[in-house]
Design a protein around this ligand. Structure first.
Ligand SMILES: C[S@@+](CC[C@H](N)C(=O)[O-])C[C@H]1O[C@@H](n2cnc3c(N)ncnc32)[C@H](O)[C@@H]1O
Length: 212
């Protein structure tokens, strides 16, 4: 199935049926039971919703020049969508081997079996987190992202998670009307801001991103 066919199929469905259908089409549908936490302060597997993922890709925006990294990629729903829609090089980092092994393979997407706290992040330009960890684990990862942002400007897309904690002064939140999704630009003295040519976003993607 092409991206064009995928989008046509999804817009033909009511919003409440789109996630199940996109997961079936991508090969990441799960019967459940994958949600056990993999460790202290680490959250188990739940798939992101289609609409907020599309909104993050559009608003970042993620382009074919980006390296998009999903921190805690689970079965790969976000990683696969990011690749198909943006053409970016994509890394999915996942600590649970059983999930990683089930993630469908796609050219341009690399799944890395690692704990994000020790995984290579340096190449990333856009990072996505759907509530993968909390507490000290989250602080540790934010410090690692700060180190990346000292090298080049990054965008952090945070879904269902408060990454600010009032202390991350290097992260500038974008204004948003979204309740669950927050985008941040890194702001580090001496590091030039990220400049991208916004890609043309298919009208169907706008619709799918807006209805949730
Ligand atoms: C809420 S799920 C999100 C899955 C996927 N990103 C999505 O949005 O569909 C969080 C995932 O992060 C993984 N995870 C949690 N802590 C991790 C860590 N320290 N390193 C790598 N993966 C981690 C979990 O195993 C789980 O698959």
């Amino acid at each position: 199935m092409t991206l064009d066919q995928l989008l046509t199929e999804l817009v033909s469905l009511p919003p409440s049926r789109r996630d199940a259908e996109v997961e079936r089409l991508l090969g990441v549908a799960t019967p459940g039971g994958d949600d056990a936490p993999p460790g202290a302060e680490l959250i188990g597997y739940h798939a992101s919703g289609l609409a907020p993922v599309l909104r993050a890709l559009r608003e970042a925006p993620v382009t074919s020049a980006d390296v998009f990294i999903d921190l805690g990629s689970g079965l790969g729903k976000v990683a696969l969508l990011a690749r198909l829609i943006s053409g970016a090089r994509v890394l999915g980092i996942e600590t649970q081997r059983a999930l990683l092994d089930r993630a469908p393979r796609l050219e341009g997407v690399e799944f890395v079996h690692a704990d994000v706290r020790g995984a290579p992040l340096d190449e990333g330009t856009v990072f996505f987190l759907y509530n993968p960890f909390s507490g000290g684990a989250l602080r540790e990862v934010l410090e690692r992202l700060h180190a990346v942002a000292r090298q080049h400007a990054i965008v952090v897309c945070a879904l269902g998670i408060d990454v600010e904690h009032g202390t991350e002064s290097w992260l500038r939140p974008r204004p948003t009307d979204a309740f669950w999704l927050q985008l941040f630009d890194s702001v580090v003295p001496g590091v030039p801001p990220r400049v991208v040519e916004p890609p043309r976003f298919d009208a169907r993607l706008h619709r799918l991103a807006g209805e949730w």
